[in-house]
Write a protein that binds this ligand. Structure first.
Ligand SMILES: *Cc1c(COP(=O)(O)O)cnc(C)c1O
Length: 321
């Protein structure tokens, strides 16, 4: 069997690298969540991470490993938002130029936050243009180092640090629920969780409209789909990354899919019961927690809240649906 792109040692090294600067985010509990599920639930709150999502972990871990020349020339990436903000903030902390290629219909709060961190933003039409090609061209023209949002071992290892922190804090978990887009977060978290606790069952959760991850796991090959129509804008990826998929295929127990209506219910739960502002994509794990697909009775369950970056007007309209 060929070797996987990341190991637990890579995650531990990433954790050492980023921990002076990344937040060790709080783990919250909710009596009501326990009552509703019959489980003991621990919420890992990456909505409180720097830049508003876990993406800071992978981005900062990646940029810290640039050599002197790469640092001087800078970084380029493409993203629907949160990776952009993670890269932009990391670059600014390291005094490095950053160029971010973003879809023109990305939430305004994400575009303006990326610019506010000092990055140059280049907009493109996500239904007509190929963001990867635009990113690659910029990297060739300006000598920038391209750091993709999920298909990179330094990104995957960085994202895995949050599962390591969670398990260090709460001890053994029976189940871990992780939002799934391109697979950087899930591949990192499953690597950490299974190394620390081989019996922990790890599930990816993605929007039903974009269940390419589920299809890929079932078929054993990466399935490509067209841009899914879902409110989970951080999980609109059309396919899993090659390196994340190698890990997911090897280690993940299953991938669950949830409807947008369940994301809205979870968003209301977070706001109403836990006083948390969570973006739609950040609600994927809770949608599965409350969705009834898993028997969680008596189990210790980790729920990853992956981010909190949502326009207030959009948040208000979603929670009043
Ligand atoms: C990027 C993102 C995800 C999905 O992460 P992947 O590494 O692409 O699978 C989930 N939630 C939020 C808030 C994100 O920004």
């Amino acid at each position: 069997m060929s070797q996987l792109p990341i190991s637990f040692e890579d995650i531990a090294a990433a954790h050492g690298r980023i921990s002076a600067v990344a937040q060790r985010t709080p783990v919250l509990t909710s009596r009501m969540a326990n009552v509703l599920t019959g489980a003991q639930v621990f919420f890992k709150c990456e909505n409180f991470q720097r830049s508003g999502s876990f993406k800071f972990r992978g981005a900062y871990n990646a940029l810290l490993q640039f050599n002197a020349e790469q640092r001087q020339r800078g970084v380029v990436t493409f993203s629907s938002g949160n990776h952009a903000q993670g890269i932009a903030l990391s670059a600014s902390l390291l005094n490095m130029p950053a160029v971010v290629v973003m879809p023109s219909d990305a939430p305004a709060v994400k575009i303006s936050a990326t610019r506010a961190y000092g990055a140059e933003v280049i907009l493109y039409d996500r239904y007509k243009e190929d963001r990867a090609a635009i990113g690659r061209q910029l990297s060739e023209e300006r000598g920038l180092t391209f750091i993709p949002p999920f298909d990179h071992p330094h990104i995957m290892a960085g994202q895995g640090t949050l599962a390591k922190e969670l398990i260090e804090e709460v001890g053994s978990l029976d189940v871990l629920l992780v939002p799934l887009g391109g697979g950087g977060l899930l591949s990192g978290c499953v690597t950490a969780a299974k190394a620390m606790q081989p019996n922990c069952r790890v599930y990816g959760v993605e929007p039903q409209a974009g269940n390419d991850g589920q299809q890929s796991l079932r078929s054993g090959e990466i399935v490509h789909i067209s841009t899914p129509d879902t409110i989970a804008d951080g999980a609109q990826s059309q396919y899993l990354g090659v390196q994340p998929f190698a890990v997911i295929k090897d280690k993940v127990d299953d991938i669950l899919a949830v409807e947008d209506a369940q994301l809205i219910e979870a968003m209301k739960f977070y706001a109403n019961r836990m006083k948390l502002v969570v973006e739609p994509t950040g609600c994927l794990s809770a949608a599965a927690l409350f969705g009834g697909q898993l028997n969680l009775q008596g189990k210790k369950v980790g729920v990853v809240i992956s981010g909190g970056n949502v326009d207030l007007a959009r948040f208000a309209s979603l929670i009043s649906m």
